[in-house]
Ligand binder design. Structure first.
Ligand SMILES: Nc1ncnc2c1ncn2[C@@H]1O[C@H](COP(=O)(O)OP(=O)(O)OP(=O)(O)O)[C@@H](O)[C@H]1O
Ligand SMILES: [Mg+2]
Length: 608
């Protein structure tokens, strides 16, 4: 029998090896961006077309390459970053294998332009199937631009495994964010099919987090800083009220490298225990820096998993650093009401307190309106929420609350007001109201609370029992701009669950055949147009489905606004409905709906 073992041709061996490193467009994005970081760039631009399937280009202003290095860079195991195995345990760069560019050149058509600052001219190369097709000098700015075209053009089976463009783009954005988050001192931009998706100016880590994750986190970040001889942990965690139902905004970086670690995630979750509901996820961006000798980063081809020399120590440090940060935050000033000068001049404030004063003061309504600078606030645990009935003290009247999710009062302001016999709720600035509970009092933000109630009500309607529709007697017609009409058409099925019956009427117009039975009778066209406007605000947010955006837009737009005076009955209904929600403590976008103040803390403040 003849011998049967043969060496594979180089290009096939390269293609097979490439499979480890380049699994999808997002893997190439990661590799090219990391190379730009390693090259010392201060500006890195990423351009993709067709979710990276036809083009991924990274342009940096880093140190560039010489002509020889530019050719060498595409050889397998060619790297400038390590020289021997010991270097692997001193590593400060993102790359070290010398595999990324070789892998990319094996499975795509590559064009590279690169110039070192000290050179007059740059060099241009075209590479396909690992073979240099063209090489010429070129005028270029200092830095490197690598364009990778038609990924997997020569491996159709892999190309067929790629997901839809939106799915692949999402992976790209994830990788982009992971690199951009780790280097706030570098400018990054991302454009997709000619549209800018991110433009991240250089700044602090805090600014970068807000740029990437959104303004919701502004003023909602707790700084984590723990420096020890063994390791440093710095970064931010979101305040408990920003915790979300979906995992997502959670980032660990070890020596600037994004890693996934269920183990360390557990450490953070532990630190948050009792501060957030069980099924929600806090935001965190934590950087763990330690001696590279304590790490093995070479355990996974994409370097996203690493091994710590002593994992338990790292776990303990992470947990205590986050706990410590959260503990400090809860005594830090969070509310900053200024004392009204009119109140400061009152006798009760100026004159010494007698027993008589004390008893009359405690029965006066002013007693409940006081506010104190630097008052700490407390986040209630889910356990307390479960006993919502004890949580706020019910009035001893037979003032019956309406069905919590119906809240007709807010859908139809013309409802008769009941005579008011008793003031359990105290509205402040027509925006908040205070209500006493067993162990203190709550301040509820009326708009945020109502937004949460509507959101859960609408979410129940689209996934379960639809909201009843009332046929319009004189159907109105809505005329829209073409893009809005396309958008509205996509939303029609969900809107019908929410009680809005709309029919396309040609020429970008729609007839309103029915509106939610419990809604106000006028203004339905307005309501729909305002909803579309709101929807467009969310539309850059790739994280959310169409339905989610619709729910968020409608609940935001229909919520009762600050500046609206509420009756006792309305405040009562709002409070009841809020604490029947699954997630009463925040709006869908994470703004708190209420704050809770404890009586014993108040007593302490007054030296009692
Ligand atoms: N944008 C760039 N600017 C300057 N030099 C670069 C750039 N990209 C790559 N290089 C050079 O090309 C070499 C090979 O890059 P490649 O990404 O293939 O390997 P690596 O970064 O060394 O290791 P790894 O495979 O782990 O990424 C690098 O070591 C570096 O010297
Ligand atoms: Mg590299």
């Amino acid at each position: 029998m003849p011998d049967i073992i043969q060496l594979l041709p180089d290009n096939i061996a390269n293609q097979i090896a490439a499979g480890e490193v380049i699994q999808r467009p997002a893997s190439a994005v990661k590799e090219l961006m990391e190379n730009a970081v390693d090259a010392g760039a201060t500006e890195i631009k990423l351009i993709v077309n067709d979710a990276g399937k036809s083009l991924i280009q990274v342009i940096d202003n880093g140190k560039g390459m010489s002509e020889t290095d530019a050719r060498m860079a595409f050889e397998r195991h060619a790297t400038s970053k390590i020289k021997n195995i010991d270097d692997l345990f001193r590593i400060k760069t993102m790359g070290f294998r010398g595999e990324a560019l070789a892998s990319i050149a094996a499975v795509a058509q590559v064009e590279i332009k690169t110039k070192r600052p000290e050179d007059e001219a740059g060099i241009y190369l075209e590479i396909e199937n690992s073979i240099v097709k063209k090489q010429e000098p070129v005028a270029a700015p200092s830095g490197t631009s690598i364009a990778m075209k038609n990924l997997f053009f020569n491996v159709p089976a892999r190309r067929n495994f790629l997901k839809s463009n939106p799915a692949e783009l999402r992976h790209i954005i994830d990788e982009f964010i992971r690199v951009a988050m780790a280097f706030p001192e570098i400018f990054f931009s991302l454009s997709s099919n000619g549209q800018q998706v991110f433009h991240l100016e250089k700044g602090t880590l805090k600014q970068r987090i807000v740029q990437i994750l959104g303004n919701n986190y502004n003023a909602k970040l707790v700084s984590v800083q723990e420096r020890t001889d063994y390791l440093d942990i710095i970064g931010f965690v979101g305040k408990p009220e920003t915790a979300k139902k979906t995992r997502g905004d959670q980032y660990f970086f070890v020596n600037s490298r994004f890693i996934k670690s269920a183990y360390l995630n557990h450490a953070v979750m532990n630190a948050f225990a009792d501060m957030i509901p069980r099924d929600s996820f806090p935001m965190y961006t934590l950087f763990i820096d330690l001696d590279p000798a304590q790490l093995d980063i070479n355990v996974h081809p994409t370097k996203q998993e690493i091994k710590f020399e002593d994992e338990k120590i790292v776990y303990a440090f992470v947990q205590s650093a986050v706990k410590h940060a959260l503990a400090q935050f809860s005594i830090t000033p969070t509310l900053d009401f200024d004392l009204d000068p009119a109140i400061e001049n009152l006798d009760a404030v100026n004159k010494p307190v007698t027993d008589q004063h004390r008893s009359s003061a405690s029965s006066s309504s002013l007693f409940q309106t006081f506010s104190k600078k630097n008052q700490a606030h407390f986040i209630e645990s889910k356990n307390e929420l479960a006993h919502w009935k004890d949580f706020y003290e019910k009035p001893a009247t037979d003032n019956v609350a309406p069905a919590p999710h119906a809240l007709p009062i807010f859908e139809n302001k013309v409802q008769q007001e009941q005579p008011e016999t008793h003031s359990e709720f105290l509205q402040l600035h027509n925006s908040f109201f205070a209500v006493q509970n067993n162990n203190g009092y709550l301040i509820i933000n009326q708009q945020n609370a109502h937004e949460r109630i509507l959101y859960e009500r609408f979410a129940n309607a689209v996934s379960g029992k639809p909201i009843a529709t009332q046929q319009s007697l004189f159907p109105a017609v809505i005329e829209l701009a073409a893009p809005d009409a396309v958008l509205l058409t996509e939303l029609l099925p969900d809107l019908s669950h929410l009680g809005y019956l709309l029919e396309p009427f040609g020429n970008n117009s729609f007839v309103v055949q029915g509106t939610p039975a419990d809604a106000t009778q006028s203004g339905e066209t307005d309501a729909i147009e305002r909803m579309l406007e709101q929807y467009k605000h969310f539309s850059n947010d790739l994280k959310y489905s169409k339905r989610e955006k619709l729910l968020r837009s409608l609940s935001l737009q229909q919520s009762i606004k600050a500046g609206t005076a509420l009756s006792q009955k309305e405040m009562h209904a709002l409070t009841e409905a809020l604490f029947l929600c699954t997630t009463p403590n925040a709006t869908p976008t994470g703004k708190p709906t209420y704050m809770s103040f404890k009586k014993d803390e108040m007593d302490k403040l007054f030296g009692r």
